[in-house]
Design a protein around this ligand. Structure first.
Ligand SMILES: NC(=O)c1ccc[n+]([C@@H]2O[C@H](COP(=O)([O-])OP(=O)(O)OC[C@H]3O[C@@H](n4cnc5c(N)ncnc54)[C@H](OP(=O)(O)O)[C@@H]3O)[C@@H](O)[C@H]2O)c1
Length: 302
């Protein structure tokens, strides 16, 4: 079945991979962007302006079957008070606007897929799955509020999916890109004692799994969207060094990152050991289940 999919925030990193794969699968895409003139979308993709606060679509040739919300300012910045507010607003406000619009529609799309983050959890060293508890740090509380914005849709006929996404690995985008460049210059480093867990997903698995979620109505509710094998940071860096055929000998003390980056350093210093239990229960397959396979593939593709 070929669907018509509305993607908000699809002009960025994840949107570019997702739209390419959805276009290949012959779905029709309408993309909402605050800057349509800057969007380099594949042929056939309709780009419509919005301000991030209100949805007003021109009349559509085909009804919209699914909505995907990828909006959100990058969190890779110093978390000053104003940056935290901007990070929060850029997620909550577009999501609220989409939900308000959907609630008013007489004929609703079948699916709303809302991106969230694995930072929803307490930064655990114990492995956690979808039912584990919400943390009380900044990103955990933001994820909780972000997810709550889709609550009004649960009383409608729509299928609602929340994808708690791990860092997506691609050679040309953070978080992998700077690690790859450093490793290729023999400057790859283990941060802290390297025992903190890193949860991740290869960009191909991200796009394939979202494609499956669109097509199969059995997917519903909250999913950890991450590979089934989170690894200690030292294993990540060793796999990267091996795939690039470079040595790994540097160490960066965690305190030096905390001193320079402030609270944002928690992204690399703290453990995230998240497990995609519901995806595995649904027999979802991963093309790159291990970090070694992912690194071999991504380092060759650069
Ligand atoms: N990349 C990852 O590894 C990863 C992991 C976990 C979760 N996520 C989440 O997935 C989403 C997409 O990530 P990404 O890496 O593709 O980010 P990205 O490259 O920064 O793209 C995000 C998009 O959000 C839109 N946006 C930003 N601020 C907005 C605002 N105030 N109002 C409305 N739209 C706004 C932008 O679209 P326009 O400028 O065209 O309007 C932009 O293209 C984000 O919410 C992110 O937190 C990403």
């Amino acid at each position: 079945m070929h669907m018509h999919i509305l993607i908000a925030g699809g002009s960025g990193f994840l949107g570019s991979y997702l739209i390419k794969s959805l276009v290949q699968a012959q779905h029709s895409i309408t993309l909402l962007s605050r800057h349509p003139e800057r969007v380099d979308a594949p042929t056939g993709v309709k780009v419509v302006y919005w301000d991030g606060d209100n949805v007003q679509l021109p009349p559509q040739d085909k009804p919209i079957d699914a909505v995907i919300n990828l909006c959100g300012l990058s969190i890779a910045r110093y978390w000053s008070k104003s940056a935290k507010q901007a990070i929060r607003d850029s997620r909550i406000k577009p999501s609220q606007a989409l939900v308000k619009w959907l609630c008013q529609l007489e004929k609703k799309p079948e699916l709303m897929l809302q991106i969230s983050g694995i930072d929803y959890y307490d930064m655990p060293s114990e492995q956690c799955s979808e039912t584990d508890k919400n943390g009380d740090h900044f990103l955990a509380q933001l994820s909780k509020d972000w997810e709550a914005t889709v609550q009004p849709l649960k009383s409608t006929s729509m299928r609602v999916i929340i994808a708690r996404l791990a860092p997506v690995l691609a050679a040309s985008h953070p978080p992998l890109q700077p690690l790859l460049l450093a490793t290729k210059c023999c400057a790859g480093a283990i941060i802290g004692d390297g025992k903190q867990y890193f949860s991740w997903i290869h960009h191909s698995d991200f796009t394939n799994i979202i494609g499956n979620m669109l097509m199969h109505s059995s997917y519903q509710g909250i999913y950890n969207l991450c590979a089934p094998n989170p690894v200690p940071y030292s294993t990540l860096m060793q796999a990267l060094a091996k795939a690039c055929n470079r040595p790994l000998w540097l160490r960066v003390p965690a305190w030096s990152l905390t001193n320079t980056l402030g609270e944002m350093a928690t992204l690399v210093v703290d453990s995230r050991k998240v497990f995609p239990k519901r995806l595995l229960d649904a027999k979802t397959s991963f093309q790159f289940p291990t970090i070694e396979a992912a690194m071999d593939n991504l380092c060759q593709s650069k």
